[in-house]
Ligand binder design. Sequence first.
Ligand SMILES: O=C(O)CCC(=O)C(=O)O
Length: 314
Amino acid sequence: MAYDTPETDARTSDAPTPTDLEIFQFDRNGFIILKNVIAPDHLKQINDTLDTILTLDPPLQADEWYGGVHAHSYGGREGVNLQQIYEAGEPFERLINHPQWIELVKHFVGGQRTFDYHHGPLFIDENFANIRGPGEAIGLHSGGYSGTKRTQFRYHNGNFHCGQINILMALNDIGPGDGATMVIPGSHKSNLPHPHLATHQMKPGELSSVDAVEGAIEVHLDAGDAILFVDAIHHGSAERINPGERRIMVYRYGPSWGNFRHPYYPTQALLNRLTPERRKIVLPQGKVKMRTPNRLPDAETIPTFYGVPQESPV
Ligand SMILES: O=C(O)CCC(=O)C(=O)O
């Protein structure tokens, strides 16, 4: 079943904060559609950069780096992921706190006036572009039944406290046969896994998709649209049937105390370039305390994080 973003579900408001209808729809469905949130010239800058990376000669291989961007694959038929894509230049940095969604994300991650805000409002624990061709898809995953805290949907005492809110951006038009994102509306609250999860879930080296899963819908987007969803929702994608490629990007936001999903770390050049607001979302704790002054003469005074000296990360 396709989902053609009825007006009532699509973001048409310019309000920086979510409307009552968006809040209702997010609570009920676990996602909302954001229409026309990336301007055409911005979209072109993003796609031009991806073209440069994707037409390197010889082509970028899995596990190679292009500056701070890493070519990654899950080992199945999910396509290529360009991880740490916020390293690819200013058009990607601008998305970190994009005015069309940042206040919505803050609203649904929540935590204002709580210890979750100790280091700042948010943290991006993963950001990547995904390029997927014919015969590729991503299988069904997540689902509220698991109770996973990191990706959880939570509403408490009049406020949202979601563990992970994803902004999935369409970089080209995604319609029938294009391998659209698929979601099972409402499954962020489900107590039970979908009974066909095992058949459709991601499997290393194999093609799995959400096609024909009862209750799942395809989310068709135009280039420049996005879907905001809580990761707890059962989701994945349809198989791409059409020739050509589907291009999306995902920025995942959670509370300020989070950790990187994969063992990546932002480059010093990126940290130097970012505005204070963006840097707070990329590396909320910022500078790590040196173990000085130290009463032990041979103490390790420079902390390391994933083996990286933390002398002056920002
Ligand atoms: O590729 C897609 O359409 C879905 C992306 C996804 O599974 C995710 O963001 O976790």
